[in-house]
Design a protein around this ligand. Structure first.
Ligand SMILES: [Zn+2]
Length: 347
């Protein structure tokens, strides 16, 4: 993941936090003019707020903005962001994110939706500014499916069994590093989605929640993907926007932490899998575990059981070990990134 853009002086810390707070305020409370004054160059396109890439470049101290046709690249030390006009795909340090709205233009400038800036780009670039992402020692592992629900199946195995095997392996790594692990299930037993949420929410200390799955979807589909809860106003992946999408869920309390956690897990597993990986991106969804769990949460899909090559990989111990190790490294890095909160230090 991109390293945190640590402002160079305490004055910069203060200014950075001040503008971010102003920026995240509800749109009804902040007029377009006020935002313009804060330097965000806010405009409305198709009913949504957009900010210019020039403003993003200034605020996050990118050193270079290069546009060639529809391709746009923002660069600074240790961070590269690649965008395409008309596309929702964004690469940050070569990890793929799926924006809620496509990148667009107005006049000669390129614009990104305000919700993608506030709910995705900002927490990824500045995880140390995430509020209420306190230090944690507990990891809740949710091996998807089980019992009467085998999940995806192929000739060699069931998703429920692979999910549990991955969870047990990751639990071992985490325990060895001193983390407390809460397993939603540690045997081939069925739990409803509501029961999983209830068990996770019975953990009262700071924790993170990771739901483990393998995918299905025809012989062509392949790759890993990581889901985090859609922020209010953003639909479930591939679905059209519904009125109920505007309502905040329990999981939305951690919107910023959710995307930061997804980023570090997705990027770290991709690196560990190396040439065996295919990046489907970090996506938004309204799965019930993501909506209901009160801890920062992600749902990880570790490859397609329906793809002939990936089916063999998933059954392979070293592939599972690479995923577990990638997640372990990610959890360590995430804990470090959010554990240095400039706001908390000021109290
Ligand atoms: Zn599943």
């Amino acid at each position: 993941m991109p390293s945190a853009n640590k402002p160079r002086s305490s004055m910069n810390v203060f200014l950075g936090f001040f503008y971010l707070t102003a920026f995240l305020a509800p749109i009804s409370a902040v007029s377009a003019q006020a935002n313009k004054n804060a330097g965000w160059d806010l405009i409305k396109i198709g009913g949504y707020d957009y900010v210019s890439l020039e403003a993003i470049k200034r605020f996050y101290s990118f050193t270079k903005l290069t546009r060639s046709g529809n391709s746009v690249i923002l660069d600074k030390s240790k961070v590269q962001m690649k965008l395409k006009v008309g596309s929702s795909e964004c690469l940050m340090n070569n990890v793929k994110f799926i924006f809620s709205h496509a990148v667009t233009t107005s006049g000669n400038s390129v614009y990104v939706s305000r919700i993608d800036l506030a709910k995705l780009i900002d927490p990824v670039l500045r995880p140390n500014f995430i509020k209420n992402a306190g230090d944690f020692r507990t990891v809740i592992l949710d091996a998807g499916h089980g019992g009467k629900d085998p999940g995806a199946t192929n000739q060699v195995g069931t998703e429920a069994a692979y999910n549990l095997r991955l969870a047990v392996r990751l639990k071992g790594l985490l325990a060895a590093k001193g983390f407390k692990v809460k397993m939603i299930r540690d045997s081939d037993r069925f739990y409803s989605l509501e029961e999983r949420v209830t068990i996770a929410n019975s953990v009262n200390e700071n924790a993170i929640f990771i739901s483990l799955h393998f995918n299905s979807g025809g012989r062509q589909a392949r790759g890993i993907e990581t889901f985090t809860l859609s922020p209010p106003g953003v639909s479930h992946y591939d679905a059209s926007l519904k009125a109920s999408d505007a309502i905040a869920r329990a999981g939305n309390e951690h919107d910023s932490a959710n995307i930061a956690l997804a980023t570090v897990i997705h990027g770290s597993v991709l690196r560990k899998l190396g040439t065996n990986s295919f990046d489907r991106g970090i996506k938004r969804a309204r799965f019930s575990v993501l909506s209901g769990v009160k801890h920062p949460a992600v749902l990880f899909e570790g490859g397609f059981m329906t793809h002939p090559y990936e089916a063999r990989l998933i059954a392979n111990e070293s592939y599972q070990a690479a995923i577990a190790q990638g997640m372990m490294d990610a959890i360590d890095r995430y804990r470090f990134a959010v554990g240095h909160n400039p706001k908390a230090e000021k109290r």
